[in-house]
Design a protein around this ligand. Sequence first.
Ligand code: ZN
Ligand code: ZN
Length: 395
Amino acid sequence: MPSTRDYYEILSVERTADDEEIKRAYRRLAMKYHPDRNPNDPEAEARFKEAAEAYEVLSDPATRQRYDQFGHEGLRSAGAASHDFSRMDVQDIFSMFQDIFAGVGGGTSRRTARGYDLETVVSLDLQDVLHGCERDVEFTRVDVCDTCAGSGSRPGTKPSRCETCAGQGKVQQSGLGGMFRMVTACPTCRGRGTIIREPCEACRGKGRVPRNRALSVRIPAGIADGQAVRIQGEGEPPPPEASPSGQGVRGDLHVVVRVKEHAHFRREGDHLIIELPLSFARAALGAEVDVPTLEDPHTLTIPRGTQHGHVFKVSGQGLPNLRTGRRGDLGVVVRIDIPRKVSKEQEDLLRRYAELDEQSVLPESHGLFGKIRDALSPKDARKPRKNEPRKEGDR
Ligand SMILES: [Zn+2]
Ligand SMILES: [Zn+2]
């Protein structure tokens, strides 16, 4: 899940911060929360990942502008896909921003080259949750450049050996103020061991190009807000540093589900809850009412003397469980509706009822001034407490 905190706040920078300040702020946080320095500290790891997410957005002028204008929502609108840092390997995040960390860490020999995961968001309503659905998602992801097959070199030319690391891709550097020496990815060639002299024009030497991808994604019934469907192998190819040709394992795509609020139904796990406004007369005397469900209306028998707040359970009219498919229930909560206006005849009957019930009621409505007089009559007048500021117009 992407962070919902403000990215500037995460990096502790002003909204006017320039690229250099943002980079410094991120570098500082990444060092502070790096899991090597905070072993077995999930909180630190989460901070580390959150900072990476904030940095990725704010370091790119286009995404930063979109974020400034539309906030988090703007980044996850149609066609947007972002890296899913929360599920990413720390080592992967490190190599992703290698240019920032040159000489600090990263560059450890990896197992099979694996691409980064991506994340995109789809929006569902309760009907979609009830039946499950198919969603077309479109997003942009980097792919291996066809022109140079990922090498980054103009076709017909070859990358030459990096002189900094003599083609090894690794250099020995003193880390953390000279306290110890470590082998890191070569900062000149970013660990590749080669330098591109004549860059491919299609990808400007990167070996990767952004490409649109459209997919149809099956969303299972019963999914909850915030859960994600993982589509294996639909993320990015391994980064060029790890595998120029893109050979290895692609990352995954996480399709995060947002379930829209319903005008009438509230969701509680697999159960649904709806409020049923009921007149005093029907609650007192009993009635048959049609209650809306996500499918056909259900006829509910309201017994005599039903109380405000009573919950009727309609079995099996909730949502299906994601695992078992078994449907939850619909809870119908009675809300006694007090009429705001009554007809003359109704009023007479209510007065008669109150008499029988030996209850005192307010005298018949006698206009606005009468009400104000009642409200301000000495008997009910509220004495202002000490130190209570007087309202304007109070006399
Ligand atoms: Zn290319
Ligand atoms: Zn090198």
